[in-house]
Design a protein around this ligand. Sequence first.
Ligand code: ADP
Ligand code: MG
Ligand code: ZN
Length: 489
Amino acid sequence: MTDFEPVIGLEVHAQLKTAAKLFCRCAAGGFDAPANTNICPVCTGQPGALPAANAGAVELAVRAGLALNCRVNEVSVFVRKNYFYPDLPKAYQISQYDLPLCGAGEITIDLKAGGTKKVRVRRAHLEEDAGKLLHSPAGGAQDHTLADFNRSGVPLLEIVSEPDLNSAEEAYSCLTELKLLLQWAGVCGCDMEKGELRCDVNVSLRPRGAATPGYKVEIKNLNSFKAARDAVSYEISRQAAALNNGETVARDTRLWDEKARRTEPMRSKEAACDYRYFPEPDLPPLRVAPELLAGLKSKTGDLPREARARFIRDFALNAYEAGVVASTRELAAYAEACMRHAATIGLGSKPIMNLLGGEFLARVNENRIAPKDLAEKAIRPELLVKTAALASSGKVSASAAKTLFARAWETGRDPQALLEELGLAQVSDPAQLEAWAREAIAARPKAAQDLKAGNERALGPLVGLLMEKSAGKANPRAAGEVIRKILGE
Ligand code: ADP
Ligand code: MG
Ligand code: ZN
């Protein structure tokens, strides 16, 4: 049996977050509107209608290109990609070919075994989306297909990688990092269920060490990154079995069947199509002014990888924590504001992380606060830091800190004032603790005896009971000490 190495390349379509479509003024987000109400002569391909490129879409595409470290071409060219399909009224799609807006770039991914890998981006080009076909249920009374062009002409960025990935896991990491980069750059919503991000993967196998093979199998219809990973795994085994059988693998396009968990050949709709690309005569070459490019470059700022590294270096977070806070640009900015503020009062990032990774994110998720709304809707960083400081100094217990944090968030008031008002201060007063401890011991004589006999596990229930009696206000560490002291007497 030959030892084969998988070779994988990605083709990803990202819907750009513009208000209008790519070549007309129709809204780009009106998919929920009744069918064919968000259309015009341009996006339905009426004779004589003229497209005009949307500058906002171009700017988003450039920002995406910069996040992917692409060379951005000052001049690029729109082309017609000709094919017939009922969702494409012009019988051609306006796309880019020889001269895309964004040329070579790269995406750096972390490898499971440690270290990183640079996956080369071949190109990222602008193109328009097609309409949507609604097929009547098979076997229904009336067999028909309806076309809805609301989506027709929505701006897409097609990102094509070089075949630099060598496992299903690497393909998954690369897709995840790509999504993070696009969200970070603020260019795409990346909700796969809404079709904002779509991916196709190309897979082939080569004997380890040999050159990249000339054939490849393209898998479409992947509606999640997990599906992409599973489809690649399946395809690797399928091709390996065929090659080991002395067969050749056909160059084809397949679909991932999520239920059957296998790839199936696609009916060859456009498999061997000659698109007859030619420059779009109705659009001039697309020019990105050097000043615009320079301006966007200067605004790019830290990318997620740099942000993660900075949290590890400057704020002593571990890799996991850094990944959590740098999951969006906005959360990273918020977390950094908290940690910088904490540093000014001599508080480390650990207590900040405890709140951020716990109560803070739980609340953000529960209330579905979008990253862009964090600055406005989340608790002010100073108040989060003050709460963390009170918890870390032991002035409030962990459970009281949660209550305090919630109240500070809701009211926007100073945690210290709330602490006094709500009577949440943690009790470390020995006399008070001793009174509670004696009650707890009296109520659990067996546990007390066990602890006295040296069974350390009996301490937990006793402290738990004491905490209950104190309504959560006792300092648990001091409580444990008092119980030991009483039993040790
Ligand atoms: P096509 O001409 O069929 O569109 P391209 O060379 O443009 O093929 O590549 C399209 C995609 O296929 C890219 O993502 C690329 O990385 C990937 N790809 C190219 N060759 C291979 C291969 N031998 N194995 C796997 N993927 C490949
Ligand atoms: Mg292609
Ligand atoms: Zn339109």
